[in-house]
Design a protein. Sequence first.
Length: 274
Amino acid sequence: MTMLIRHRKVRAPMQTGQILAELRKARRLSQLELALRADVSSRHLSFIETGRSQPSPAMLKRLALEMELSCRDTNRLLLAAGYAPAFTETDLSSNSMAPVREALSVMLTNHNPLPAVVLDAHWNVLMANEAQQRLMGLMIEERGPFPQTANVVELVFHPQGYRPFLRNWDEVAAFLLRRLHRDQQARPDPALATLLDRLAELADLDALLHQPPGNDHSAPMMALDIELAGQRLRSFSTLASFGTALDVVMEELRIEHYFPADEATRRWFRNQIQ
């Protein structure tokens, strides 16, 4: 059984030239570099960014292609200029997304008895398999109700979420925070900025960002080290996405599969779901 959760999207109005300059700088491209890639003059590109020239939809699509923009950011550029979006943005619960939901359900179900979730671009859990729901249920039984959020990063940081169960919370929180900052630098996003503000209410972000990495370099990956009902569970995760997405929502979906880092963890999860 999987779980589907709906979320609202956050948008921030900006001028076309501002958005273009913001996205270009986030990719560490100069005006000259982008102009050469798109085969336009740097003067014309400068005029677009300062609002002195109105770009055509074809020009914006070419610039988006050369900057390797996501479907969402390509649409953002086009909409700011008053043009129709190039890509659809379809709710995951809609009829046209039924094949996508089916594919996600297969991946989640096949991963039982190990946890797996589907995340959106802002780390909100959209779907979860039986193993993940069982794991959360056991945590709630031990410590009480979780906070009213489906955001996995906020749950890691929250004192009433995953945080009390994580033996290596500092390491996990610092890792996630650095990942959020990289995402925000690559694609400035009001929703991610809001999430970072929320995390700042829950922890000292500056201290976490400057925290040195752990001393144990014997493992090839960082493991989540959870203590639950007297059992130590160590796992690591992988992130997968759709490779042929031409829709904003579908492109941003990420499937996170958790795997045991030791045999004791493997046996524990196997015994939870028969």
